[in-house]
Design a protein around this ligand. Structure first.
Ligand code: CMP
Length: 359
């Protein structure tokens, strides 16, 4: 709920900041807009003070640090600065009694607070942080190429176009628009040698721009894989069957389980079909079609074990009654885990024998 309120305020503040720059808004700055900026500003101030309070609380966990050092760490962090900047319109309003319209652009900065509430956005920040060395190396290469090509072009073109390629810094403007393949066309080489250098710059530019995109894409895949491993680990830990295991054994089991999401109303397998795996329900619900009435299994339960234990066809049809998230254990991994963890095998056997009785 708190998260939704924060997201609501962030989007409202951004829209308000955007529209405050329009002529219509500027000419009609009225009581309502003051009230809106007041409410938004107060909410952001409340968030800022709350974060400072939380930072001062963390100090209790670190006996060596002072309260002030923790508050300063938050206040001077990137998000701490953003939290403060978005409060400035309110401060001006309180001191002056009115806000110059251009100050309201600060509200658009509140978008930078979003990664706190939307994990996917935080992932982008993580990827850039993790890949910072590779990205920095690409940036350095780009700067080296920029300086070299701009200097070369200055040397070649300055004689032919002294007004256009006046200096190396002037040529650098041409260099950056060419290397990034933007190409404004406001500075164009006219000599043969100049055009040859320009052609090489363009070709190298295409390759250079592709490199960071590739680094970020592969970083994203790594990050998603890590997230998937972590979420499987957490799911495994939440199963009653695995609750006695230490984190090392949970990791071992998590590494062989495959996550699968199946929509509602789908038959997972039919009675009599080949038994090749068993399923753990992370979220959702399935119906096991047995006589006299179907049995519903939900979060934390497992099924498909009888077929694996008895090396026999499925004893019942199983259908999802809700969108269900499973962790699937193949027959091969089931036997390996059973060999290494006889206690888990015993527990599965107990549940299976109980079910056999009920059938
Ligand atoms: P399996 O025989 O491999 O495939 C059907 C699955 O339904 C079976 O394994 C059990 O996991 C599950 N099952 C069978 N009977 C019952 C029951 N009475 N209650 C709950 N689950 C059952």
């Amino acid at each position: 709920m708190k998260r939704s309120i924060s997201i609501f305020f962030i989007f409202s503040a951004t829209l308000f900041g955007i529209f405050s720059s329009t002529e219509y808004f500027r000419d009609n700055l009225n009581q309502i807009s003051f009230i809106i900026s007041f409410v938004i500003g107060f909410y952001f101030l409340y968030e800022y003070l709350r974060n400072i309070f939380l930072a001062s609380k963390i100090v209790a966990l670190h006996h060596s640090a002072t309260r002030l050092s923790f508050i300063a760490k938050y206040a001077f962090s990137f998000l701490g600065c953003i939290d403060f900047l978005v409060c400035i319109p309110l401060f001006i309003l309180l001191v002056n009694g009115q806000i110059p319209y251009w100050v309201l652009f600060l509200y658009t900065l509140s978008l930078l607070k979003l990664p706190r509430y939307i994990p996917g956005l935080a992932m982008i920040g993580n990827v850039i942080y993790v890949e910072r060395r590779n990205l920095l190396a690409t940036l350095m290469s780009l700067i080296i190429l920029l300086v070299i090509f701009s200097s070369l072009l200055f040397a070649v073109e300055n004689y032919a176009q002294p007004e256009v390629f006046q200096s190396i810094p002037h040529a650098m403007w041409w260099g950056i628009t060419t290397l990034t393949t933007v190409g404004y066309g406001d500075m164009v080489p006219i000599t043969l040698l100049g055009r040859t250098i320009a052609a090489s710059t363009m070709l190298i530019g295409i390759a250079m721009v592709a490199i960071p995109a590739g680094i970020i894409a592969s970083g994203f895949i790594d990050e998603m894989r890590n997230e998937a491993i972590l979420s499987t680990w957490k799911s495994v830990r939440s199963f009653p069957l695995f609750k006695e295991l230490n984190s090392e054994k949970i990791s071992e089991i998590a590494s062989v389980l495959k996550s699968q999401v199946i929509p509602s109303g789908v038959t997972i397998f039919e009675k009599g079909s080949f038994s090749d795996s068993m399923y753990f329900i992370v979220e959702g619900e399935v119906a096991v079609i047995v006589e006299p009435d179907p049995v519903l299994l939900t979060k934390g339960a497992f099924f498909g074990e009888i077929g694996l234990l008895e090396v026999a066809p499925r004893s019942a049809t199983v259908i999802t009654t809700k969108k269900t998230n499973f962790l699937v254990l193949t027959m091969h991994d089931f036997h390996q885990i059973s060999d290494r963890h006889p206690d888990i095998l015993n527990q599965i056997r107990q549940v299976a024998s109980q079910r056999n009785i009920n059938q």
